[in-house]
Structure formats: C-alpha cells, structure tokens
Write a protein that binds this ligand. Sequence first.
Ligand SMILES: Nc1ncnc2c1ncn2[C@@H]1O[C@H](COP(=O)(O)OP(=O)(O)OP(=O)(O)O)[C@@H](O)[C@H]1O
Length: 690
Amino acid sequence: MDALSEEQGYVDQAYARLDSLAAGYSRKLTEIRAQGGRGNPEELFQRDSFAADYEDHLARLSHVEHQLVLGRLDAETGEVEHIGRIGLRDENRNVILLDWRAPQAEPFYQATALNPQGMVRRRHIQSRLRKVVSVEDELLTSDAEATENLNLTGEGALMASLGSARQGHMSDIVATIQVEQDRIIRADSTGVLVVQGGPGTGKTAVALHRAAYLLYAHRKRLSRSGVLILGPSTGFLSYISRVLPSLGESDVVSSTVSDLLPGITPTREDTPAAADVKGRTVWAAIAKRAVNYLRRPLKKPVTIRVNSHNIRLTPDMVAAGQARARRHGGPHNAAREAYARTVVEELVQEYLTVTDTENQDWLLADIASNEKVRREVNLRWLPASPTWLLEHLYAHPNLLAELAPELSGSERALLARPRGEGFTSADIPILDELAELLGDAPIQEQIEDTLEAYTQATLSGMDLGGGIVTAKMLADRQRQATASHLPLAERAAADRTWAYGHVVVDEAQELSPLAWRMVARRVPSRSLTIVGDLDQRSQGAPEGGWRELLGPLASHLTEEVLTISYRTPATVLDEAEAAMNRRDIKLHHPVNAVREVENSLRTAPLETAIEEELEFLNSEFGPGQGLIAVISNAPPHIDHPQVHTMTPRESKGLEFDSVIIHGTIEEPGDLYVAMTRPTQHLILTPGTEI
Ligand SMILES: Nc1ncnc2c1ncn2[C@@H]1O[C@H](COP(=O)(O)OP(=O)(O)OP(=O)(O)O)[C@@H](O)[C@H]1O
C-alpha cells in the first residue's frame, strides 16, 4: 500500500471517531432540549448548564475539523504515533491521535537529524476536506542529510502554507511549527517571557499556540483563573480570533488595553505628544496625590442643627475619623465608611452631652441622614469615581499644576479639556491607576441597584409577588448565577480586579510604561508571554531595550529571539532594512527571509497597481481570492472586497498578499511596519519616498 492510501485509512478512522463523539453530544443535547421548561428552577438551571456544556463540546469538535491529523512519528523501537490537532481515543481508550501539545508529541516539532530524540522518521500529512493530498517524510537517522542553514522542518508543507492566498483571518501553524518556535511555545510558564522577533517571524502565531499549550499543560489552574490576550486593535483581535478555536481552545479573554477597563470606552484620540505625557509612570504618584486631595482636614468647628439642638463638628472629630479610615486601609471609597462611621459616632456623643436623650438607634440614623452632616462629612473625604476625578483634573489647570509638578507647563497644557468630552486610549491606564486607589464601590452599588430594579420588574411581570419569593431573594440568585455560572471568560472580562493565570501581550513594543503597570496588576503571578519587535515601535526602539520598556516587570524577564521571517519576500525585507539605514537607523534585530518571490518590489500608480495586483491574485489563487492593502497616512476610499485601506498603525500585526504604499510615511517604525506586511508584492506609488 502506498503512503497516501495508508494514511488515508488512518485519517478516516480519526474522522469517524470525531463524528461519533459529535453524534453522542448531539443526541444528549436533543434529549435535554426535549425536556423543555419542566421542573423547578434548580432543575431548569442544571439542564441549561448541561446543554451549554454539550454545545461547547460540539463547537470544539467542529472547529478542529480542518486538518485533524497533522502527521506521524516513527520511533527507533518501531512504535508509530499519529499527532493530531486534539487528542482522540477509541471506545476502548486506545490512543488514535496524540494531542500536539502532549510531551510525547514534542519530537514531531523538535527532532532533527542531528538530534533525532529516538525517532527515525517524521511524516507531515496534508489533507483537504478529509482527503489526504500529500505526505512528506523526513528521515531523522544520523546519516540523513543534515538540513541546510535555516534548519526548517516539514519544508514542503511550510512553503505551501506560506505561499497560499491570505484569507483576512490568521490561520494556525500547528502542522508546521518550527524548532525555534516550538521551544518558545513549550517554555515554562513561570516569569515573564519576552519574545523579540522581526516582522513575520511568527511572534503572533507563537504567542497564540503558547496560550493553547499552557491551557493544555496547566488546565486545572488556568481553567479557574483564565488567560488574557492583549492586542493592539479590535481589527487585529478579529484577525487572530480563529486561531485558538481551531486548536480546540476558546475560553480566553481577548482585549485591547483601551477596552480593559469595564464600562469605559475611549471615544477620542490624543496627539502623539499628549499620549506620550499620559503614558509616563509619574502618573502613579499624581494619582496618589489626586486621591489625597479628596481628603482634607476640617479647619474650624462647624455648628449643625439636629432635631432642634445645635451640635458641633470639630477638627478633632474629623481627624479621628480620617485616622481610623487610614488604619482600616483599603481603597479610598471603601475606607470612607470607617471614617464616616467614626465621625457620626462622635457627633452622637456630642448630641448626648448637649441633650438629656438616651442613646438610641434612631439617633445614629437621624444624625447620619442629616443633610448638613452628610455634606460636611463628604467634603472631608469625598467619594469619587475614577472618571469624575480625572475629568476634574483635566478641567482645572491650577489643580493639575499643584498635583502634577513633574509635568512642565506645556505638557500640562496638552491635557487641558472641559468635562464631558470623553476619554482617549491613553487615559485608560490613568483611570485604572485611580480605580485601584479609589476602589469601585460606587460602581458596585450601581450594579446592585440595577440588578434589584431589574429583578423587581421581572417579579411583577411574572406576578409572583405575595411573599413567595422576594425581589431580594431573586436578586441574590441572579447574583450567584452571575458569579459562578457564566463562562469564565465573561466573568473575567467584566471584573477589573480579576487576577489572570497567564497574560499574553502582542505588539508589546507599543505599550506605554503606565500601561505596563495596568497589565502587571492583572497578573499577580507574573506569568506573562510578551511578544513584539522593538524595531517596529512607532517612536523608535528605546536605548535600554525591553528592560527599559517593561519597568518593574523586567526583574522577572527571560528574553528569546526569533530570527527567521516566514512572511515577507527576501527582496522586500532587504529594502525595508535599507530604508531604515537611509534614516540612520540600524535594526536591532534583522531577520533572515525563508522565501523569495519573483518581482516582489516595484513602483506603479495607485489605480494601475490595484488593477495589476487583482489580476495577479486571480491568476495565482483563483477568482476573488487573496487580499491587497493600500497603506497610507490618508487612506483613500476604495470599494472592492479584496482591497483594504488603512493607516500604517492600523496595519500593525496584519498581513496581505500585496501591499501598496501610497504617500510617504514619516515615522521610521511605521514605515518599517508598512513595508513588511506583504507575502507577495510591495508596490510604491510614484512620489512615495522610502
Ligand atoms: N511555522 C510556521 N508555519 C507556517 N506559517 C508560519 C509559521 N510561522 C509563521 N508563519 C506565518 O508567517 C506569517 C507571519 O506570522 P506572524 O503574524 O505570527 O508574525 P509576527 O512575527 O507576529 O509578525 P509582525 O511582527 O510583522 O506582525 C503568518 O502568516 C504565519 O501564519
């Protein structure tokens, strides 16, 4: 039997098992749905949970359909293992497919002729729609030809994948992960792993496969705490959104830094200069001073009338309350309770000395609800939300000058703006800093109120009233459900204080020092994978490299470097490096291209370039296949499904078959990004200087 037919038999067996598992979950789902709405709320709830679980399993199985079997390993001992996108066993628990992440699957990615790891042969199996279309064998015996320079594995499958049409969504690379990538994917999860790599070296792909690997290797821990993936834009998150599901993993949170603070969405943009000022770590100290500004001493006694008696609020009472709140610790809004309680208790004592009333419960309530008492108490320990406080600072230049002496007058002028104009992305880490100090008690109360109001409406709607269940009881149930039964990803995303088990940061060179503090707060275990390229940084690489950028996180840092570029043709990559050199910038981390493409660089007017490239894509990949990007500081409007237009910054992390740069791009980092996006052709329009 030839290799194709032999493997087809195995692939058929794996798909048959996949189908039978899916049929099992489908059957259970149909059964549970047939029970409809019968039973008490607890039973209903349980059934809903089971149904959701079966749906998850079904979705997971359908996502791994494409190229389920990746290849096979033949050991010296004669043993044969097939490697799959997920692990599969037959009815008798015998292994059909080894999960690609299992330790026994490691040689599939790492074995070489020089270091065969007990294997004699690796076979890559490529299939399309369940049909095996090719097999590619690599002999790993020591007399096998040691591969050339770049030490690629599964070269045929790799080149086929790299040369195929771009679909607008990133694909997984699980069939062709290379040795240097696999080492990073399987690296230990403790500490901060920084992966520096030039354009197209597979940083994003590696980061996502590493997330899938960690979810497999530390399933128990990470299924409780979750994994967060941070990317530069929502366009980028959508571009990578299919990779983890295709690896059988979907319960991760993905976000941009701007969307990391629940309930606040940036609606305006900063100038680069303002964003730079807002990104500095000095804001940690400014935020502290701003919160302190909400607490003031009482300078002289105030007389308050309660139930027709005059009582005195004295500076000592306020000071005693504030001291107690400080001892109590915790964020400002929560500590305020200890302060207010002390002051009110002192006022009760004062009341008792001026009247002959006995201490009674109502007295405390009367004094606490007295409007003047509330006003005076609040004025000395003002509860505040982060957004209120930041807008207050921006709207009051004199106050900002007092609280932010580290910033120059011209820097502060960049921040001034009236209330109500919305926030920018660079405001988010400052708001997070404030939220940490203030605590989000007021927001929490709002949530509770809304929940109660919502439940009250539901209750009357259902006509349950009459003491069967109270709105409070329902609200409690709702809250419990909210707390424990929503998918982990949703619970984590809605909670600012959620501590993730692992955080992946992509295009990490773009984060400001203050944003790194925000990220660090979300991962107390300091288990992070940070991928980026200092040479692609808009403002240029910092002198001190990653250590300088990461600030306090740098103390836990291990750095790995990826050196092979899989995306960009060699000629284009060389030209991008030359363009940097012409600007007196020496790349910190140049890369070697694995591919060369004929006529990959030329100049042509915009319309001609689009026409010619559409023709090229049609002939190369088939009608309607492949994508073109027009990258420009002022992107033109082009109405064609295969042509995307964007600014250089929007193109970060993305890739296209052909890229047309239209107009000069000043920032060197942005030019380098734009030039390195194509897999086939780079076209410059006349007048575009590089
Ligand atoms: N081992 C591999 N097998 C197949 N394709 C790969 C492999 N490694 C990388 N690629 C492909 O190379 C391209 C570049 O990968 P990726 O986007 O992860 O690079 P990057 O380093 O994040 O790039 P950039 O910094 O320029 O955004 C992608 O199409 C990716 O699928």
